[in-house]
Write a protein that binds this ligand. Sequence first.
Ligand code: NAD
Length: 323
Amino acid sequence: MDPLRVGVIGVGHLGFHHARVYTELLNNELVGIVDVNEERAAGIGELLGVPSYSDIDRFFKVARPDAVSVVVPTSEHHAVASLAMEYGANVLIEKPVTTTVEEAEDLLARAESKNLVLQVGHIERFNSAVQHVRNIVKEPLFLQSRRMGPFNSRINDVGVVLDLMIHDIDIILSLVHSDIKDITAMGRPVRSPLEDVATAQISFKNGALAHILVSRVSERKLRQLEIMEPERFISVNYETQDVSIHRCIREKESSMMEVIEHPVFAKREPLKLELQHFVTCVREGKQPLVGIMDGKRALEIAIGVLRQIHAPGTPEAAGARNL
Ligand code: NAD
């Protein structure tokens, strides 16, 4: 079997890791990396021992990749992914899929017309703790998610909703199998012109409720999900990939005993699982676990959240973009 020819477009903070992981996976060959920053491209190319390009058309013509990761800033996702598909490449596009639903729909139409795999990089779906929890969650009643970290000026084209909350929206949608009834949200800019802290409450038609809190201006890094079911409470630490399950067992008439389980499962690098899945889907012509429809649904909810945060009359509206 010939190795799948893969490439990475945009080798900044995350794109470097895409390129690194492709060099570690079997059955594929990293045939090139491309970045508009020529120096950056050359440096990463040298480090990984792969050809580097700063001209994207030249990259496609010379490297001829079958599949590419698109890891450029979100505002450029649509243009770069469209071009990749023009050249007939299957695409893994980082999250959030695009900045507008129309752009996501356009990518879907292009992928369908060319019969190409289009996966969206909602990496938390490949977190081993999330994969374990997905198999055991039965009836989530209340979900509470917190994702916080220090300020980083690198991501300046989107606010915290499209940067961080989109992860939590996607995970919650994958666990609650019901349509959304209502969304209420608030947010504030703190260190950038866009919202840097935000909170959203989502109610579902089946009665489930979700509360999400995100911040990119907090000293402490925290990535946590708690799921309440009728008989138990499940806690997920995205960073350590730990899961704990709390149950209350009635001991005697009046006393309860709390039992905490820590399930044991293999913990693997989520990016490696995600890219391996992409390569397998391209090879076997399969639909990816996180396709464009999932990316689009998460984006629609995120845009619903943004509309409330930046509604005319709110202090944040002045800084609103990408709505
Ligand atoms: P970054 O700024 O560090 O890197 C982006 C790189 O793309 C830069 O090196 C830049 O020179 C290059 N670039 C810009 N336009 C280009 C173009 N048209 N063609 C080729 N190269 C181009 O940003 P980052 O943090 O790596 O984020 C990139 C994307 O990955 C964003 O969409 C972001 O939301 C996403 N991301 C996802 C996760 C996750 O958890 N899944 C984490 C971080 C970032």
